[in-house]
Design a binder for this molecule. Structure first.
Ligand code: WTA
Length: 663
């Protein structure tokens, strides 16, 4: 490094706050600091600002209906269609402009551009095809697809005919697909033959078929042929398996009138991990969710129609729903999709894409940033990244060092960074700085967005002072919030509202939403999110329930008991550590260890692969028989164990430590 670089590093290392760059502020969609007060004074009507970004088929007359909390309703008597908002209304001005720029993983294959007119046409054709297959309004259509353009086409086609979609991440296992299709009674699946991973074609249909075998009702399946030769893997296709290309060709030129949906009608379901083994079906609505995704894309990502915007997430997660598909397309911009991994064919790939497409925003996860940092600054330095105007991160806490690396080596100190805290359940961003307004503090997400009321409280629900750690809560509802857990109102209340809502004797309550994250507040009201406080791990920004992991492991022959905890990981943030007790008569062998790893991959997917499987004769338990997870975490991290006197079996600790490679 040259001397000025060393000086710069040293300066950045010490700096703990950064003003938004003046050039950025000048052109920002939101730059008036008065917006916080304005939204507070005018709550909940301030949310017309979000709803007004959309076209409504029937105008709403009421912003918030809070007559039956926590089942809040937003813009409830309005009607709209999400696909019309993402497509039809842009045709006049943006018909010939790119809606989606798709980059496939192989470098010798042509990339694909969908203009708004082309995307509109294919969505209409596929919507007509879905109808012909029998899909009716409110039927749940499952998608099990990687990052190919037919995924957003299918989502928007469903939205057009009022059929909620449920997208299952392509990296999830066959079992995970079956569980989700069964839970939603979903009779339709859109999937594909395969896709590329690190240069090799991967058989996806095999996994989909295996999943379908576990679905307890009949299904129609649509298969996109993404690989060059159809039937690349030679699967026999049955009568209930239809070719996407044939369906679209059969409906060439068809138009489908967008169905006017009530604002509160379900737009989609998204399953996410919770404390129990059973994934939660988070329900999002048409009006509130779409307003939220659009407003936050506008105010936080600063998206303008003429931008080329790049979110490097996967559409199989909520980030891709809100910030690859719905938010950007509702605003009429060009959204990018990249199929592959970030280091294929080499570590320049992402920077090549940004340079070639002159992307204006990059929104990614701290895990990715930490990997880039580890690879070295020479990769981005070799590319012209000057088109970038804004950087964003999401999914996990970002450490100040990674933040500063991102700021300097990707943003060239001229792009604001938005560290956006939110969840599947919130629909979109909740806590972050406004890039054209707020000072940035590396490591701290920022204040709640205007109109969002968030606080950090102690166990009794009282606000903690500045500097103290506590639990993050939201005190007021917001349009993008989940409405319930699919067919499980009770679990919805139990999981998110029971903990901190103060129910009075007359049964009225101050309803408080608890996202199950720990946080800290500073003297400026900035929130630093510390991580989950429930039994959910955050591995590379992906949520995994310890119960799901444990039940997968216990399902392996020879395993008697298992406890899973998260251990610190340099790149992934957290990694899966599994402590396993074998059954009588089974040896603690490498073979069993491999079968456990395989068992987890089969039940959930490769993202859940344990970093370490540690055999142990016993688990540390309290006198009341509860597993001391904190202790297992400390062992995984090689930390000092503190007080172990409350254990029923303190001797086991040294034994586990030696097996885990500690001292
Ligand atoms: C964590 C992803 C710190 C948090 C959009 C949350 C974060 C969970 C941040 C939701 C952030 C998300 N800083 N932690 N900026 N963003 N998280 O549902 O623990 O996949 O509860 O949604 O990720 O994960 P989910």
């Amino acid at each position: 490094m040259s001397d000025p670089d060393v000086e710069l590093e040293a300066r950045l290392a010490e700096q703990d706050s950064f003003e938004p760059p003046a050039d950025f502020v000048e052109q920002a969609n939101v730059s008036d600091p008065g917006i916080y007060e304005e939204f507070d004074d005018n709550w909940p009507d301030c949310w017309t600002r979000a709803a007004d970004l959309l076209d409504w088929a029937t105008e709403y007359t009421e912003v918030l209906d809070d007559s039956n909390p926590p089942f809040y309703e937003w813009f409830a008597d309005g009607e709209l269609n999400a696909s019309a908002n993402c497509l039809d209304r842009h045709l006049d001005d943006r018909g010939d402009e790119a809606a989606i720029e798709w980059v496939g993983e192989p470098t010798d294959e042509a990339n694909r551009t969908y203009t708004y007119a082309e995307l509109h046409r294919e969505v209409n054709e596929f919507a007509a095809a879905l109808r012909d297959l029998g899909v009716e309004e409110d039927d749940v259509v499952t998608m099990y697809m990687p990052m190919i353009p037919e995924l957003p086409v299918a989502m928007l086609a469903c939205a057009r005919i009022g059929a909620p979609h449920s997208v299952v991440f392509a990296g999830f296992s066959a079992d995970a697909l079956a569980t989700r299709m069964n839970a939603a009674d979903s009779e339709y699946l859109v999937t594909c033959d395969g896709y590329y991973r690190r240069g090799d074609p991967l058989d996806h249909l095999d996994k989909a078929n295996e999943g379908l075998a576990g679905v307890d009702h009949g299904t129609d399946t649509v298969v996109v042929d993404r690989l060059p030769n159809s039937d690349s893997f030679g699967h026999d296709r049955t009568d209930s398996q239809h070719s996407y290309a044939d369906l679209v060709a059969d409906h060439e030129g068809a138009t489908v009138k967008p169905v006017a949906r009530n604002a509160e009608d379900m737009l989609f379901l998204m399953y996410t991990s919770g404390t129990t083994g059973e994934p939660k079906g988070v329900k999002h609505t048409t009006g509130g969710y779409l307003s939220w995704a659009s407003w936050t894309s506008h105010a936080v990502l600063d998206i303008k129609p003429e931008d080329t915007y790049f979110c490097a997430a996967d559409i199989g997660w909520i980030t891709g729903h809100s910030y690859i598909v719905y938010g950007p397309l509702a605003l009429g911009t060009t959204t990018m999709m990249y199929e592959g991994t970030r280091d294929y064919p080499d570590r320049n790939r992402l920077w090549e894409i940004i340079e070639a497409y002159e992307a204006n925003q990059l929104y990614t996860a701290p895990t990715a940033i930490r990997a880039f940092m580890k690879w070295g600054e020479e990769y981005p330095a070799d590319h012209d990244l000057s088109s970038l105007r804004l950087l964003g991160t999401v999914g996990e806490p970002i450490n100040p060092r990674a933040w500063k690396w991102y700021y300097k080596h990707i943003g060239d100190e001229s792009c604001p960074i938005v560290d956006t805290w939110w969840q599947t359940e919130t629909g979109g961003m909740m806590v972050t700085t406004l890039p054209g307004v707020g000072e940035m503090k590396p490591g701290s997400a920022g204040p709640p967005l205007p109109g969002v009321s968030a606080d950090v409280v102690d166990v009794s629900g009282s606000p903690v002072g500045a500097g103290d750690a506590g639990y993050l809560v939201a005190n007021k509802p917001w349009p993008g919030m989940l409405r319930t857990l699919y067919r499980n109102d009770e679990r919805f209340i139990d999981e998110y509202w029971r903990e901190y809502s103060q129910v009075d004797s007359d049964d009225s309550a101050d309803w408080v939403y608890f996202p199950e994250d720990g946080a800290k507040l500073d003297e400026d009201g900035y929130i630093t999110v510390l991580g989950r406080v429930d039994d959910v791990l955050n591995v590379s920004g992906h949520r995994l329930g310890t119960m799901e992991l444990e039940s997968a492991i216990v399902g392996v022959e020879g395993v008697a008991e298992a406890a899973v905890v998260g251990g610190d990981h340099e790149i992934k943030g957290e990694a899966v550590y599994a402590y396993v007790i074998t059954e009588e008569g089974y040896e603690e062998t490498e073979g069993l260890r491999d079968r456990i790893i395989e068992g987890v991959e089969d039940a959930i997917g490769p993202i859940a692969r344990p970093e370490a499987v540690i055999f142990t004769p016993e688990l540390p338990k309290t006198r009341s028989g509860k597993i001391m997870r904190r202790l297992l975490e400390d062992i995984a991290n090689g930390d000092d164990l503190g007080d172990t006197s409350t254990l029923r079996n303190p001797d086991v600790v040294t034994d586990i430590q030696s097996r885990a490679g500690g001292d």
